[in-house]
Ligand binder design. Structure first.
Ligand code: ADP
Ligand code: MG
Length: 772
């Protein structure tokens, strides 16, 4: 579209340029024609003058009739005639050129007519251009008109000139006739002349000669005049041709005019068609406008009807508005009233909420108690004493050879079963869970962490590590610095749990580190670790036990724990030179107390976590110990037996639990009793040389676990047993046989058992009788 527009514009510019050139040519042609005409007029004028002067000369010569001066004039006239002839030739050439020039013009004009037709076609497309062309055409018209006028003038002038020439010719011929007549009259006057001739005989011949010469000259002049006439004739012919040219030009002009008229007609037609289009468009627009007007009228009518229907609504709205205005006026009063009533309502609601809150608090407390009760019941049903075994990996200390080979295998489908090859015989045990040597500290901790967190809820928890020396008890409980055991992990877990509950609860965590060696309880965090501690009943009559003078350290971070452990360790090492041996012969206890207070209810909880690294359970008889070594063994045996008894009594729901049979069970009484939770980790050495001890430990573990729970068990009392006793009497001990035994007082329980042990040991011959 843009390209077409630019193309049209270019064409328009070209046409305009061509028009300008045409106009210039026209003006040039006009001016040339004018100049030629004036030139011709001038030449005619000159010729006339020359003719006049020549005629005058002829008359003067005729009057003078001869003399030498006449001859000179004659020569001069001849020269002049020659020049005039030349000038005439030039004029002819110019006229020829002029004739050739106008012949080219119509041809050019024809092209322009075609171009102008094209232009008109284009002009018809663009009204503006048509208008411009119209202007230009009118200008051309005007110019043509002017030219025509000028040509008419020239014609008129030429006619006048011709008339004048004719008159002049007539006059000249008249004069010539007159001169002939004069010459004839002169010839007729011969007598006087004869007289003269007689008197001037000599002179008369000369004069006759001169006359003859002048007659000849006259003849010649007449010839020249005839020639001039010829020239004049030629000029007339030229004028005629010029007239023909003018007619040609006129015909061209008329052609142009008809062309113009046609263009004008076309233009008028176009204008008419445009006018029609315009009218049609106006009519269409009018029709459209009428339709729209109609629609608008209809809309208006609709709006009017709407307005009519809206009027009642407006009336009701106005009424409403007035009503609202009235209400707004009375609003402050209403608001005040409403505020008062709302205040009263709020007060009432607050009171109700308060009472509801009280009720909810009461219900919450009851719910808490219920939850604890449910939990206890759940624990009771699940069994709040669990036994797991952990087999340590074979170490360098185990040595090499067949004695150091592993005799422990596991069931890939059941992680609660362990198989032991003892003296070539396979024995299987089923516990709550068995950890193979590959189990990590974290794996073990994973198993016990539920117990530890329950301590935050106010439950008492005991975790024991049981097993022969070197089976991994200390590793499981304490672990190494890089890979800590249950003790440190438990405290870390407690810290993080407490942190999580910090928004609602305030907690304090305290730790005590104690040791029971040869039935003596010692405070490892105290300033005097060698001092014996006593276990006493709380004077408040709650039945709770407490250890007067036992040091408690509050801990808040792992650093605190490490410091406490280090302190306890140092106290233990300074006391005993052979630390390894001592530690295996004593029970190490880490007692963690978690005291919590619910910020919203003020409810207080207290939970105890007892982490116990028991003394080695191996049979001392093997080494043939005596003296202090034997005493140690007896104490260990006693306390481990007591622990077994207590656990058995607890699991079987016996009415009496012999806590007082050892310092260990007595100290842990409140953590083993009631809804407390106990976990026994039985540590196992996998090597062949320890298979007897392993068998012993696993049997102890199985016994602890296999004591039946349930209402029937409540009234069933297990026979008292010890960790070593059953090992000595293998057939009897392989399956624990619950035996009816009267409830014995703690003192009698303790007094009867060592005797039986001694008896058994004596009968086996493995232990020398010693006084207990
Ligand atoms: P106990 O305390 O029963 O006498 P220890 O815990 O002192 O036995 O363990 C004896 C050795 O066996 C230690 O050198 C200990 O590092 C290593 N040990 C015990 N259990 C593991 C275990 N699960 N993984 C790696 N080494 C262990
Ligand atoms: Mg140890």
């Amino acid at each position: 579209m843009v390209e077409a527009m630019s193309q049209l514009q270019k064409e328009k510019a070209q046409l305009q340029e061509e028009l300008v050139v045409l106009r210039e040519r026209l003006t040039l042609h006009d001016s040339e024609q004018q100049a030629t005409t004036t030139q011709l007029q001038n030449q005619v004028e000159n010729l006339k003058e020359k003719l006049i002067s020549q005629s005058q000369e002829v008359s003067r010569l005729q009057s003078e009739l001869g003399g030498t001066d006449l001859e000179k004039h004659r020569d001069l006239l001849m020269v002049e005639n020659e020049r005039l002839r030349q000038e005439l030739q030039c004029c002819e050439a110019e006229l020829q050129a002029l004739r050739a020039q106008p012949a080219a013009t119509p041809c050019q004009g024809c092209e322009h007519v075609q171009e102008s037709t094209q232009l008109r076609d284009k002009v018809s497309q663009l009204q503006m251009e048509v208008l411009e062309n119209k202007g230009m055409l009118s200008e051309l018209n005007l110019e043509v008109q002017q030219k025509t006028d000028r040509l008419a003038e020239v014609e008129l002038r030429l006619k006048d000139c011709l008339a004048e020439k004719a008159q002049e010719e007539e006059r000249l011929s008249r004069r010539l006739r007159n001169s002939h007549e004069t010459i004839a009259s002169l010839q007729a006057q011969s007598p006087p002349v004869k007289y003269v001739i007689k008197t001037v005989e000599v002179d008369s011949s000369k004069t006759k000669q001169a006359l003859n010469e002048s007659q000849a000259r006259n003849q010649h002049l007449q010839e020249q005049v005839a020639m001039q006439r010829q020239v004049l004739k030629e000029m007339e012919q030229q004028l005629e041709s010029s007239n023909q040219l003018t007619t040609q030009l006129r015909s061209q002009i008329s052609m142009y005019e008809t062309e113009l008229e046609r263009a004008h007609g076309k233009m008028l037609e176009e204008m008419q068609s445009m006018e029609e289009d315009k009218n049609r468009a106006i009519e269409e627009a009018f029709a459209r406008a009428q339709v729209e007007m109609k629609a608008v009228h209809e809309n208006l009518a609709g709006v009017r009807t709407n307005l009519l229907t809206l009027q009642p609504a407006l009336r009701t709205l106005t009424n409403d508005y007035n009503g609202l205005k009235r209400q707004v006026r009375s609003f402050p009063l209403l608001l005040q009233e409403a505020l008062q009533s709302v205040k009263a309502e709020i007060g009432q609601a607050i009171e109700e909420v308060n009472t509801n809150n009280q009720e909810l608090l009461r219900k919450y407390r009851r719910e808490l108690q219920l939850r604890k009760k449910c939990h206890n019941e759940l624990v009771r049903l699940k069994g709040n004493i669990r036994v797991i075994a952990r087999v340590r990996p074979i170490t360098k200390e185990d040595g090499e050879g067949p004695k150091a080979a592993s005799v422990v295998t596991f069931d890939p489908d059941d992680d609660a079963v362990i198989h032991l090859l003892h003296k070539g015989k396979p024995v299987s045990f089923e516990l709550d869970k068995v950890f193979s040597p590959g189990a990590s500290q974290q794996d073990v901790f994973q198993e016990v962490q539920a117990l530890i967190t329950s301590c935050i809820d106010g439950f008492n928890v005991c975790i024991f590590a049981y097993g022969q020396t070197g089976a991994g008890k200390t590793y499981t409980m304490e672990g190494t610095r890089e890979n800590p055991g249950i003790n440190q992990r438990a405290l870390q877990l407690l810290f993080s749990e407490v942190q999580e509950k910090a928004a609602d609860w305030e907690y304090t965590i305290t730790v005590s580190v104690t040791e029971i060696y040869n039935e003596v309880l010692r405070d490892l965090l105290g300033t005097e670790p060698q001092e014996k501690l006593e276990i006493r009943l709380c004077p408040d009559g709650s039945g709770q036990l407490y250890v007067p003078g036992l040091t408690e350290f509050q801990v808040q971070s792992v650093e605190d724990i490490n410091k406490v452990f280090e302190f306890g360790h140092n106290n233990r090492t300074t006391e005993f030179t052979n630390m390894n041996e001592h530690s295996s012969r004593s029970h190490a206890l880490l007692i963690v107390t978690v005291r919590g207070r619910d910020c919203s209810t003020g409810l207080c909880t207290i939970g105890k976590l007892n982490l116990v690294d028991l003394a080695g359970s191996e049979r001392v008889g093997k080494s043939g110990a005596e003296g202090s070594r034997l005493r140690e063994a007896q104490h260990i045996n006693k306390s481990l037996s007591a622990l077994g008894d207590v656990i058995a009594a607890l699991r079987s729901r016996q009415g009496h639990v012999p806590f007082r049979n050892s310092k260990l069970t007595y100290l842990l009484q409140d953590s083993l009793n009631g809804d407390s939770k106990t976990l026994m980790v039985v540590q196992v050495s996998p090597v062949e040389k320890n298979s007897s001890e392993t068998l012993c430990s696993l049997r102890f573990a199985e016994r602890v676990r296999s004591v039946e729970l349930g209402p029937g068990a409540r009234h069933t009392e297990l026979r008292s047993w010890s960790s070593q006793e059953h090992l000595e009497l293998e057939p009897a001990c392989q399956t624990p046989q619950p035996s009816a035994r009267a409830h014995s007082a703690p003192a009698s329980g303790t007094s009867s058992r060592p005797g039986s042990i001694r008896r058994k040991l004596q009968s086996s011959g493995k232990l020398k009788p010693v006084p207990v």
